[in-house]
Every structure is written in C-alpha cells, then in structure tokens.
Design a protein. Structure first.
Length: 168
C-alpha cells in the first residue's frame, strides 16, 4: 500500500511543471511563491507551478488576524482551497506581493523563513497591506518543499516591528 501511495505522489509530481531553480534553495522557494501569485487583474497564474512547490498531500496555507472585536482568528486552507479562493480574487484585481526582508532559520533538513511583505494592486503603487509570511520547509534529500505558509497582516494596533523590516 505504501508503495502505491508513493508511486501516486511521484506521478502527481511528474504532472506538475516544477523548475529546479524553484526548489534548489530556501530563498528560491520563497521567491517562486511570490512570483507565481503576482500579476495584474485577470492574468492567469501558473497554479500547477504553485502546486509543485508543496510537498504532496501536506500543504497548508493559514492566515490569522483579529476580528472587529479584537479576537484572534485562524483560517486554514489546503493548496487547492487557496488556488480556488485566490484565483477568483486575482481575476478581479491585481496582486503583487514582495519581500521587504527575509529571516532564514535552517537546521539539517528543516527550514523556516519569516518574510516581511508588502502587497500592492499594481507595481509602483503604495502598498495596501504589509505583514509577515512564515514559510515552513523540508528538504527530502533531493529538493526543498513547502509544508505550510502562515501569514498575518499588520493592523494599526499591531504594526510589524521594526526588527522585521530590515534584513539580518
């Protein structure tokens, strides 16, 4: 049974156009995510490339924040949930997210990147959001894979601390 599941995961990986330059380093994996999700309104995103960045059957995308009453919430999405939800939003409006500063922690086959970001609807516009993306990753001996992306946008009462606005 395990061999069948491994073969199925490998077959799924082969169907998706991963580029070696997307997953040969922690930094390239983060850059690939920003590259895939960015673009003008209505521009197609390469969702197969996006899917290929995540370890098969494990990827999660999570956002947290505070509701109108100040209570903390967490939204959890599968990769497919994100593709559906973001794809619908990107059809209506442009979205360009870029890193301001990345902090990489790595040991053995695991890594985490705290990437402070700015989001814009068009290049050169003032950012409409800023926050931190936390990327969790694993290296399987052949390549880096995303396990999860967890993010929170700043709000007036909870701005991103200055220490996360500058590279280490």
């Amino acid at each position: 049974m395990k061999a069948i599941l491994s073969a199925a995961a490998f077959a799924l990986f082969l169907l998706q156009p991963a580029k070696a330059s997307d997953y040969d380093s922690v930094e390239h994996l983060v850059a690939a995510v920003y590259d895939v999700i960015g673009g003008p309104a209505g521009a197609p995103r390469d969702w197969d490339r996006f899917r290929s960045l995540f370890y098969p059957d494990t990827g999660r995308l999570m956002s947290s924040g505070r509701d109108a009453e100040g209570k903390i919430y967490l939204r959890t999405l599968t990769v497919e949930d994100y593709v559906t939800r973001a794809g619908a939003n990107f059809a209506k409006m442009g979205f360009f997210e870029s890193a301001i500063a990345n902090r990489v922690e790595q040991w053995d086959h695991m890594a985490e990147v705290w990437s402070t970001y700015e989001s814009r609807h068009a290049p050169g516009e003032a950012p409409f959001a800023r926050g931190i993306n936390s990327f969790q990753m694993i290296h399987d001996g052949s390549r880096w894979w995303l396990l999860a992306i967890y993010w929170e946008s700043e709000d007036p009462a909870h701005p991103v601390p200055d220490k996360y606005l500058k590279p280490l």
